[in-house]
Design a protein around this ligand. Structure first.
Ligand code: ADP
Length: 642
């Protein structure tokens, strides 16, 4: 059926004509009134889509009728028919919602067009009104969504930002109540030992309910934990029972899952209101439950870490060995009591202070500040003002910083000193008989011809005596260097020293079919030092490179200058040194386990080298990869700078 049209006209003929010939054939629903009053009543009780109103009617004119409707806030589209028209009436009529104005007599076609126009306008208007309404509804919904998202977002943020579990859970429950417009909300957590659920956080819950405990085994909440699925109970008829004497009309239970295990239940309820929870409520609650589970997981991890840390702290702080931890930014992260005492640090919290400012011991600071090779560890010895000597171990821990562990080796040093003294006395005493042996061996040949076997025996004796003499010389040298003897400082040319060494090793290079490259920067400055000792130092490094590099390998000697220092690097493509051995190769008598059986040596060479470099206020370090080769680098201050 088409739109409803009200005809108000006192002429029966016109009513008949409009209704039967114009409106009904087009499918409109027609109502008629014979005068203004009747028309008014009909229009009020059931407003039509359009009115066709006669202007001149007894008692109430068409305009009066429209005016009365307008007074009641009803503006209904209308077409006025009149015997004669005037401009004033037309203006008034337009104000009252008149869409068209027909002078009688009018033709059917004219009227049809007028009706069509009037209805089209009002249809458009209606459509527009509907659209506006729709927009308003959509906007309200969007605003609500936005609010929901904002609430979820802020809860999420608090989970990430706060380690205060209490605070986070309270916000979760508040958000749950707010978003679902529930009367109350609470979060139950499992007490595993008792097999019960207890209230961990709540909103609008009375004190008695806050103390509730539910058996996991035989409660609905417990079942939700086991099934790991939400439960929604709606309410039209029955009251739901959470616990004896605790009745609600509607509720939602959402399980909290942590690593697949049910750890609690988020709940919202309506106790008095007859409102049910929607699917959207369940979805929002599920998101909140996830946040709560995450927060609880975080808190557990944090708690466990914290306990471990405090255990570790106790161990470290009670250790007799001084221990320091320095962050990558150079600030102290930990200083134990032993370190505080050993380094004479003030009795106050040192954490967070710059190590370079807090520690007065220059030697230690310099050691800490030096770069560390790929072995990520170094050690050195440091003498403290109180006379104690410490062996200092430094380890670089990626992403954490540097740990420094110090061991008191004062008594070992004393033993070492006694041993050195002993060795030096003995070595002296052995030298004389050795010299005698060597002399007699030389004389043997003079006392008569030797056969082939005898000659080879003599050669063996000579070789062994030379080895022993070498060893003793090294030992004595070390003793002297450590005692600070025998070093004179004059300007020396490193280039000259290296060239001499190169000439010396050439035959061996050829014999072992090695490739030697020698690369010395032009105009290298002199270094102030002991020529003999420096030569010994470089000869040892090159000698090791030759010794530990198999046939066909490459040896490189490079010398250059950098920031007022002379750098000499001796590299090889030899057997390399395991990272675990690297911190010890400069120690006396240390030889890597894998070389002991296959290579000759005493393990004194590098300690001599290190002592010489130290005496020249230089530095030495190694970079090496097992099976690939090694590079020993020596830094010596250039003469001008000394
Ligand atoms: P050695 O008398 O054994 O050569 P050093 O004190 O000169 O004693 O060296 C100590 C140890 O360091 C060696 O035994 C060896 O394990 C290791 N080492 C030194 N130089 C090299 C090198 N160029 N390549 C591989 N390992 C080396």
């Amino acid at each position: 059926m088409g739109e409803r049209i009200l005809i108000v006209d006192d002429s029966r003929d016109i009513r008949h004509f409009l209704s039967e010939y114009i409106l009904k054939p087009k499918g409109f629903e027609v109502i008629t009134a014979t005068n203004g009053l009747e028309g008014l009543a009909l229009a009020i009780s059931n407003p039509p889509h359009l009115m066709i109103v006669d202007m001149q009617m007894p008692r109430m004119t068409g305009l009066e009728l429209l005016q009365r409707l307008s007074d009641r806030g009803l503006v209904i589209p209308a077409i006025i028919t009149t015997a004669h028209g005037s401009e004033a009436i037309a203006v008034e009529a337009l104000r009252l919602g008149v869409r068209d104005y027909m002078i009688k007599p009018f033709e059917a076609q004219q009227m049809e067009q007028a009706i069509e126009r009037a209805l089209r306008e009002s249809r458009l208007e209606q459509e527009r009104n509907q659209l506006t309404q729709q927009l308003v509804t959509n906007k309200t919904q969007l605003e609500r969504r936005l609010q929901e998202l904002n609430t979820l977002y802020s809860v999420g943020k608090s989970v990430a930002a706060s380690l205060q579990l209490e605070e986070v859970l309270r916000r979760v429950v508040e958000a749950a109540v707010f978003l679902t417009q529930a009367e109350e909300g609470f979060l139950l957590l499992v007490d595993k030992r008792e097999g019960e659920l207890y209230v961990r956080a709540s909103k609008n819950l009375d004190a008695a309910a806050q103390a509730m405990r539910l058996r996991v085994k035989d409660s609905l909440a417990g079942r939700v934990l086991e099934t790991k699925r939400p439960l929604v109970l709606g309410s039209e008829t029955r009251w739901q029972q959470i616990k004896t004497a605790y009745l609600v009309r509607s509720l939602v239970y959402i399980p909290l899952l942590s690593q697949g295990e049910g750890i609690g239940v988020l709940t919202v309820t309506n106790r008095t209101r007859n409102a049910v929870f929607s699917q959207r409520d369940t979805r929002l609650l599920a998101a909140l439950a996830d946040y709560a589970a995450l927060a609880i997981g975080n808190a557990n991890i944090f708690g466990a870490t914290d306990r471990e840390r405090s255990k570790l702290n106790t161990v470290l702080s009670q250790s007799d060995a001084p221990i320091l931890l320095i962050e990558e930014n150079g600030r102290l992260a930990m200083v134990n009591e032993a370190a505080r005492l050993a380094l004479g640090l003030p009795d106050q919290p040192m954490v967070g202070q710059l190590a370079a400012q807090a520690i007065a011991n220059e030697e230690l600071l310099e050691f800490i500040g030096q770069p560390v090779g790929p072995a990520l560890g170094r050690h050195t010895e440091i003498k403290l003002p109180d006379g104690r000597t410490f062996d200092v171990d430094l380890k670089v821990m990626e992403g954490i910083g540097r740990s420094i562990v110090m061991h008191d080796v004062t008594h070992l040093k004393e033993l070492d000193r006694l041993k050195s003294e002993f060795v030096s006395v003995i070595s002296h005493d052995i030298r004389s008989p050795l010299t005698a042996i060597l002399s007699y061996v030389e004389l043997l040949a003079n006392s008569g011809p030797l056969d082939e076997t005898q000659t080879s025996f003599v050669e063996s004796i000579r070789h062994s005596v030379r080895d022993i003499t070498g060893l003793i010389t090294n030992l004595l040298d070390l003793g002297r260097l450590e005692a600070g003897l025998d070093v004179s400082f004059v300007p020396c040319s490193v280039v000259e020293l290296l060239t001499e060494i190169q000439d010396e090793v050439r035959p061996l290079i050829t014999r072992k079919q090695l490739h030697l490259t020698f690369n010395v920067a032009a105009g290298l400055p002199m270094v102030l030092g002991d020529r003999q000792r420096l030569r010994q130092c470089f000869a040892n490094l090159v000698g090791n490179a030759l010794k530990f590099t198999p046939k066909g390998g490459r040896i490189g000697v490079v010398a250059g200058e950098q920031d007022g220092q002379v750098i000499v690097a001796v590299s090889d493509t030899g057997i390399g040194i395991a990272p675990a051995d690297q911190p010890y190769i400069f120690d006396k008598f240390f030889r890597a386990a894998d070389v002991v059986d296959s290579y000759e040596g005493s393990g004194l060479g590098l300690s001599l080298v290190k002592s010489i470099v130290d005496r020249h206020r230089g530095r030495i370090w190694v970079r090496s990869e097992l099976g690939k080769g090694s590079t020993f680098t020596v830094l010596l201050p250039a003469a001008a700078d000394q």
